[in-house]
Design a protein around this ligand. Structure first.
Ligand code: ZN
Length: 241
């Protein structure tokens, strides 16, 4: 079985379409989504509709919770808050209900899915440093924990010898190791590479691979400007920061 794994779409329809086309070419059987389907971008309703239509296991992100008023808007910076307020008005009741029903944690086979951190899923903590990573590896019992939230992809493996970053974009998941994997962001990468990021896992050969793809970000930016979303949010798509 081939899993298509993705996160942090942020209402970027151009990026999501490109990611889904790629997944289709790769003959994906099932999807895992780490949250933040909406927030920042110009097409929240379309993105929720596309994600909902997939055979998918998904968890809630902080932006998903915020649009259905389960997270306080005060916790967001000004451009994010403005985008969330705008997003609330764009969603149909059925899309809002879909977002409202997303759980904070899901388990699928050997995978634990959580948007931000396995140690405190409701606190939207960023897992960035090696200290954070070591702590989070102790916070779940499954073999692999998949996260998003920081929009910075990485894979870390823990074995008898300690914790190590996996530098190859494609690797075999070893039965003797445990993993914490940030799958990056579809709709707003922040690692300096503006190309969208997705992950594929092939369970037959136990291969996990990261993929970076170009998409029509100029159209995504122009749509954001046309609906009056903050310019800073449009601009950051070109720099991937
Ligand atoms: Zn996000």
């Amino acid at each position: 079985m081939k899993l298509g794994i993705f996160s942090d779409i942020h209402a970027n329809l151009e990026a999501l379409q490109r990611a889904l086309d790629f997944f289709q070419e790769q003959r994906i059987d099932k999807y895992l989504c780490l949250g933040d389907i909406v927030g920042y971008g110009a097409d929240p309703e379309e993105c929720v509709a596309l994600v909902r239509a997939l055979p998918i296991v998904a968890v809630a992100g902080n932006h998903d919770r915020a649009v259905v008023a389960r997270t306080e808007l005060a916790r967001f910076n000004t451009p994010a808050r403005l985008a969330l307020q705008w997003t609330r008005e764009q969603l149909t009741p059925s899309s809002r209900a879909f977002l409202a029903k997303l759980k904070l944690v899901q388990i699928d086979r050997q995978f634990r899915l959580v948007h931000a951190s396995p140690s405190s899923p409701a606190e939207w903590r960023y897992v960035l440093s090696e200290v954070d990573i070591a702590e989070e590896l102790d916070a779940f019992k499954e073999q692999v924990c998949l996260i998003g939230h920081s929009h910075r992809p990485f894979a870390v493996a823990e074995g008898k010898g300690g914790i190590e970053y996996v530098s190859e974009p494609e690797f075999t998941v070893s039965g003797t190791l445990r993993y914490l994997i940030n799958v990056g962001s579809v709709g707003q990468p922040r690692d300096g590479d503006p190309r969208l990021c997705v992950v594929i896992y092939d369970s037959e050969i136990k291969r996990l691979s990261f993929h970076r793809l170009e998409y029509d970000l100029v159209t995504a930016q122009n749509k954001m400007r046309a609906v009056g979303l903050p310019e800073v949010l449009a601009r950051r798509l070109s720099s991937g920061r």
